[in-house]
Write a protein that binds this ligand. Structure first.
Ligand code: PMP
Length: 287
């Protein structure tokens, strides 16, 4: 079965899909994106993801490729044509193809829209949740507008590769004052000694994860106390539990940081309980 992608108005075979070589996404990373989870044939948190897309486009003064209803139709169609029941869709909007010049192109330049989808094996994620993952920490070295979900992900790519070469699966950015920022593709949470969930504020310096926002709803429903405040690498190393959230990683336990075990070195129960309640509470949109 061949995969199908949507590129600028056409559904094309994934292997044949392409954009212009002077696309501003390709030339300048002048593009934004979203990734959304699909579970049990339902799209998770679609409204929040499309709201964040609107914000990213607005912050970069980029034109919207199409209205929300039309976009939702296309997303559904891509998922349908790829027979995705468990997996994700990826959506990228660039400022379009134009003669290479740093300045914004003329206002009539049509934004590029690419949507792809893929199925994933839920049992692979389940295994990850059961064993937890190892991470490394590294100095924050990204531009300071990481609140916009841009495709300028080179520092994140280098961070993940560094983690892999150190025998870990992911990385956490630490600022120059020793404060935890976020993961290379996720937000970071800790469970403090008294059971309070702690995650840093998302006003600046991190991407406001959709899973993070929905997890605040989940914590409220489960009556778990939450504090949105900064915490240091040292506080994280001493925490009862540490976990990541992201659309495709749900709530992933971290069991080792820079080679040191988190608590007893096994995934904790708070992350597991939250994960169990998450799908129930998140918005679900039929494909
Ligand atoms: N931070 C970064 C840097 C990310 O790339 C992501 C998602 N890929 C997140 C946080 C989590 O965001 P979401 O929950 O919307 O997937």
């Amino acid at each position: 079965m061949s995969r199908i992608a949507y590129v600028n108005g056409a559904y094309v075979r994934h292997s044949d899909a392409g954009v212009h070589i002077e696309d501003r996404g390709f030339q300048f990373a002048d593009a934004v994106y979203e990734v959304c989870e699909v579970r049990k044939g339902l799209i998770v948190d679609l409204t929040r993801h499309l709201d964040r897309l609107d914000r990213s486009l607005r912050e970069l003064r980029m034109a919207h490729p199409m209205g929300r209803d039309a976009l939702t139709v296309v997303i559904r169609e891509v998922l349908r044509r790829n027979h995705v029941r468990h997996g994700m869709f990826y959506l990228q909007v660039s400022r379009g193809a134009a003669k290479r010049d740093h300045f914004f192109p003329s206002a009539d330049t049509v934004p590029t829209l690419v949507i792809t989808a893929k199925s994933t094996d839920p049992s692979v994620m389940l295994r990850k949740y059961e064993t937890g993952i190892k991470v490394i920490t590294l100095a924050e070295n990204r531009w300071d507008r990481v609140d916009i979900k841009t495709v300028g992900l080179l520092p994140n790519v280098l961070a993940k590769q560094q983690a892999k070469e150190a025998g870990a699966q992911d990385a956490i950015y630490i600022d120059r004052n020793g404060i935890v920022m976020e993961g290379a593709s996720s937000n970071v949470w800790i469970v403090a000694a008294d059971g309070t969930l702690v995650t840093r504020p998302a006003e600046y310096g991190i991407l406001r994860g959709i899973t993070r926002t929905t997890l605040l709803d989940v914590a409220a429903a489960l009556k778990i106390a939450v504090e949105e405040r900064e915490f240091s690498r040292d506080e994280m190393l001493a925490a009862r539990e540490v976990f990541f959230t992201s659309a495709t990683g749900s709530c992933t336990p971290i069991v080792s940081i820079d080679g040191k075990p988190v608590a007893n070195g096994h995934p904790g129960s708070v992350a597991a309980n939250i994960r169990d309640a998450f799908f129930e509470i998140a918005e679900k949109t039929a494909i």
